[in-house]
Write a protein that binds this ligand. Structure first.
Ligand code: PMV
Length: 326
């Protein structure tokens, strides 16, 4: 009736951008990520027959009814799937710099899904776990696994073939990610709303779908050959293509700030000096710079000098979900 799980965040090298079914969190395209070692969530779920409703504690603070209702809706999906009938105490600690605006929904829903499925007492496969996590936050489907991970969009309407699969294990390729924080501000257009508006109104969305399919093939080929420059060029191009769709939306929107662009320019300047660094950006202004271990210090030094940079977090390739005692 009680279980504890840990899940790490991931950074998409090929982006998930667009849903074909909002209720089931079915994406319009496959995506590909690298799990990070630095940022993770630990969650305890305890089903308890005495509870009259779910109780959600985050970082030691009991959440308000609105936040709890969101998590409760997700717990309802777990209850329906596992046949568990009791309400639960959910106690979660986010080891993610919360003020930094780094997405914690991936690690959060992956850890919650894992702890809840385990606590329910049913046996389940990793595919099933990925499917459950997906229904909390799409990117959470990928955080089930460590290393490099592909989330397959699947073909079926019920989403039963829409889950992530590992494509390269954690220790197989030592890449680094510098998470560059340029602002503490909370994002203005949440990813859910941003995707919806883009799918419904951006004439560039059709182009995105065509491009992302090609980028995915390139990225997988680069990973198979451990060809960093090929992967870097592909992931940076894919991020720019995703962000281009938002400029075509109605009303248009943009996740970048001037500080974001300064970091992008600095990465391009590093490359002009022969250093292999490539950037990617999610639904917010912070920038992630992907590089190889031998270039990390030099890139860190160069980016630290920018006055727009507030913090840089150094990440390696991280592990998948684990279950903990206590
Ligand atoms: O899973 P969500 O709703 O947090 O959406 C994630 C969207 C991006 O971060 C922009 C891309 C991705 O694949 O993670």
């Amino acid at each position: 009736m009680r279980a504890k799980a840990r899940a790490h965040t991931n950074i998409a090298l090929i982006k998930y951008w667009g849903k074909r079914d909002e209720k089931l969190f079915l994406p319009t395209n496959n995506s590909l990520s690298m799990t990070l070692d630095q940022f993770y969530t630990e969650t305890v779920v305890e089903f308890n027959p005495d509870l009259k409703q779910d109780k959600f504690i985050l970082d030691g603070i009991e959440m308000n009814p609105e936040e709890t209702a969101k998590v409760s809706r997700f717990m309802d999906k777990i209850r329906r799937y596992t046949g568990q009938s009791h309400y639960a105490l959910i106690d979660s600690i986010n080891h993610v710099p919360t003020a930094a605006g780094f997405a914690s929904s991936a690690s959060g829903y992956a850890a919650l899904a894992a702890a809840a499925m385990k606590a329910s007492g049913v046996s389940f496969s990793e595919n099933e776990l990925s499917i459950m996590a997906r229904q909390g936050s799409g990117s959470a489907s990928r955080s089930i696994y460590g290393g490099f991970v592909e989330w397959q969009k699947g073909e079926k309407e019920d989403g039963s073939d829409c889950y992530a699969v590992p494509i390269l294990e954690q220790g197989a390729w030592d890449l680094r990610v510098l998470s560059v924080e340029v602002t503490h501000e909370v994002k203005k257009v949440l990813s859910r709303e941003g995707m919806k508006r883009t799918v419904e109104t951006s004439p560039f969305f059709a182009g995105w779908l065509e491009a992302v399919a090609e980028d995915l093939v390139e990225a997988k080929a680069a990973i198979a050959k451990r060809d960093f420059i090929h992967l870097g060029e592909t992931l940076e191009r894919n991020a720019l293509r995703m962000h281009a769709t938002t400029l075509g939306a109605n009303p248009p929107f943009m996740y970048w700030q001037s500080s974001t662009v300064k970091v992008m320019e600095a990465v391009q300047a590093l490359r002009e000096n022969g250093i292999h660094a490539y950037f990617t950006i999610d639904a917010g202004p912070n920038v992630k710079v992907v590089c190889q271990p031998e270039d990390e210090e030099q890139i860190l030094d160069a980016l630290s000098e920018l006055d727009v940079v507030q913090n840089i977090y150094r990440c390696k390739v991280g592990p998948g979900v684990s279950y903990l005692e206590g």
